[in-house]
Design a protein around this ligand. Sequence first.
Ligand code: IVH
Length: 673
Amino acid sequence: MIKSSAEYKKKLALLTKYDQFYYDYSEPKISDYEYDKLKNELLKFEEINKEFNFVKSKVGYAPSVKFSKVKHSEKMLSLDNAFDIEDVKNFIKKIRNYLSLRNNDELLELIAEPKIDGISASLIYQKGNLTKGLSRGDGEFGEDITENLLTIQEIPKKINIKNFPEIFEVRGEVYISKKDFEKIKDQFANPRNAAAGSLRQKDSKNTSKIPLKFFAYSTILKNQENFQCQSDFLNFLKKCNFKINELSKVINNINDLENYYNHLEKIRSSLNYDIDGIVYKINDFNLQKRLGNLSNSPRWAIAHKFSAEKAYSIIKDIEIQVGRTGALTPVAKIEPVTVGGVVVSNATLHNEDEIKKKDIRINDTVKIQRAGDVIPQVVEVDLSKRKDNSKPYIFPLKCPCGNDTIKEFNVITKKYDSVRRCPDISYDCPYIAKEKLKHFISKDAINIDGLGKKVIDHFWDLNFIKYPSDIYNLNYDKIKILDGWGDLSVNNLKKAVDKSRDITLEKFVFSLGIRHIGQENAKIISSYFKSINTFFKLFDKTYLNNELTNLKEIDGIGDTQIKALENFFKNKKNKNIVSLLMKELRIKNFEIITQGIFANKTLMFTGGFEKMSRSESKSVTEAQGGKVLGSISKKLDYLVVGNSKPTKSKIEKAKELKIEIINENKWYELLNR
Ligand code: IVH
């Protein structure tokens, strides 16, 4: 909640900046979900503090400097939103009141139309010829995008109909089909952004490169005079060769309205275009006229939005992904559907047991959920949509690499894991090997700027890399000529790769991706072995057996870690891989820093940090002699809580143990004392 006008102004400036990026450069800076959240916060503040009304009175965004500004013959309005059926009932109630329709039985005809998630445009025909086309702009003034609109095949350029009005204005939605979006999906977050980007190209030749389509759905008051109602008007548009949305339907009662909404919500993913809700309009033009408009939206229409977190889709296939630890994760490949501004085409099914429990099958209609940055999940199956010939999904018993899979027995829970795994512990399974490379280059491991997961995939497919040491022997001449690479990016990569050659022992141990050896354990192991040479000796059988007994005694190392270390170091191929890698790196001996600002202090970090990342904050603390713990214990001196999403249970526990809780700023103050 915004608490002061200063905060309001700060957030308003942010919104304006996001608008500019979105509208002028077609380059959204935040997700639709975050944008709506920010906007709602501002609107709430304006609701209480009436002297502020910037957001409330704003429709869209002022026209871009790229196109000339033209005043709309009639303001291009926005729509008020309904988020549930109660909001819709309220909308109808208000209309009945406004029109003094006291008798509940009196019919109020509505037309329900899919709300196309595109960009609105206004087309002006003079004597049947398309002479001008405008974007919405700020609602009052649009941008002259005639040339760009002329490239859209579905927009009639000439209308040959007897008695066609001298001047006729058609408004509708420019959009891109999901099929066409597939081809350019890497460049845009969702189809709407792609359509906006294409439509706002300065050079119409670029617009024609991305195929756009158009649904017509409205006009200006003056042109409405020849029609009784919206449904008649839509039929006329069809006669004029416009594309209208064939799913539009005249509806007479709230039950049918609800059914229509539910039906469209379910078939939404199978449509070849994105819709983000349903628009309900009063069908009768006379009533529309009587109802009139509020400042930004008509009283006679409302948009019933689909959820920004949940949607229905159809499972086209179930793919098995193999993780770094060999875990086989089933992933549902679904018909793409835009949820909260993000196109979702994959949803995790977790594991074999989860599929069995929910009886999830290929071709099922499922409800999916996407919340925040979490991977979308399949929540439930809509059994009413299941076909008679559907068969249960049989989970593969083999890894895609051909290995038989296993389910591990958990000694603590005394149960078999629900996760099926490929048992490979070296680099033989190519699926595991590729994931191990991704772990190797990750931020907390070797950390190579400019070498992310996507690049690993690409280099892997080209056979440039197989083992971690290959990263230090890349053929840069071959990379230079790849799409998306050039002298500059290759140079930067080279520099980053070289920089990563200097590494601490603990990061090195962590980067190997030994099962059950996370950052904490890597640190414990490094502090025990001190140098890479002693650590490497573990590949010697007798030494290994001896040391495993010793390691068992160390706090933090349990049976699981001992077994994992044994498996790793028993393997000849791993020895080879590690020794090749060691030749490329300069691995620093483990050093305990006992002096510094945090000497003798024990800290723990939770949540996201702003001044630097959480990992960097930890490293800085350790470089200053502090000890960083991974779990709350009495030994802790400070729990440092970051601003974004700290773990509540950790804070609670710290309070219980009376541990001092400080925020990031306080920690930073201590650091700079
Ligand atoms: S009628 C006076 N009908 O939704 C209101 N709008 O969020 C005129 N939209 O600005 C709009 N599908 O860009 C209408 N079937 C439909 C629509 C539709 C998509 C867009 C339109 C509008 C926005 C409001």
